[in-house]
Design a protein around this ligand. Sequence first.
Ligand code: DON
Length: 305
Amino acid sequence: MDYQRVLDEMLHVATPLTHQGAVADYIPELARVASGQFGVALCLVDGTTFSAGAADTRFSIQSVSKLFTLSLAYRLEGDALWRRVGREPSGTPFNSLVQLEIDHGIPRNPFVNAGALVVTDTLCSHYAHPSLAILDFLREISGAGDVNFNSAVAESEAGHGHRNAAMAHFIKSFGNLATDVDAVLQTYFQHCSIEMSCVELARAALFVANHGVVPHGGKAILTPLATRRLNAILLTCGTYNAAGDFAFKVGLPAKSGVGGGIVAIVPGQLAICVWSPTLDEYGNSVAGVAALEHFSALTAHSVFQ
Ligand code: DON
């Protein structure tokens, strides 16, 4: 497969779309990011990397971080995690509160904000410095020792994160947060503020394509069974209430974020990351989704073979 040609074609298809949609502005610091940008990077499990466009530009990973916090929590908690968070697509926006009351404080899945807060709570229980543990994990698996938080973004979100705060207190009222609400929120805002490039994110996600093992170094993060399950949750819940449409168009497990990044996995073969800051109504990158749709059409990579 000539992956460089595929990525160049993705860039060609995506570039005219990079002004469609809108950058996330509910976190004021994210509204400052310029539209008109697109990057893509692909890493094969043997470590070979291809890229096109702004693949080395760092951006706010936002909810893409939830793929990595879930991996850490699943590794630490095992199946006990599923007593506190479900595995069903929510069909509601990522920041919705409505189902929490009906479901007695058990979030539908780990990728809606409510579920990600519970996941973060487990990390707050396990680590004295949970934000640093998450950052160290990302540095290790990406091989980029200078990956860091953007404290201006974290503070900007904390200053405007009333929905997340409401959600965290509501979950706590059902007894489904073990640690301090403010500490969970602070850790959550910090891991969402981490900045990485497409190349770094594709490399970091390789273990999800490689049966749970980091190809460079051979460290096992998750068992093969847990990795298949993680991929199932990515496919069904990773792009929020657009996950059905994304599975239809792209057919790959994926995680998106409101910074405009999307990481997708071809199990057993590769991880790919696209980035373009303008978003559709669901919070997924317009050019990123279109580029991945083109990727799956060109390569016939899909879990539905
Ligand atoms: O909680 C929030 O609203 C953000 N820190 C993360 C949201 C996000 O990326 C959801 N994505 N589509």
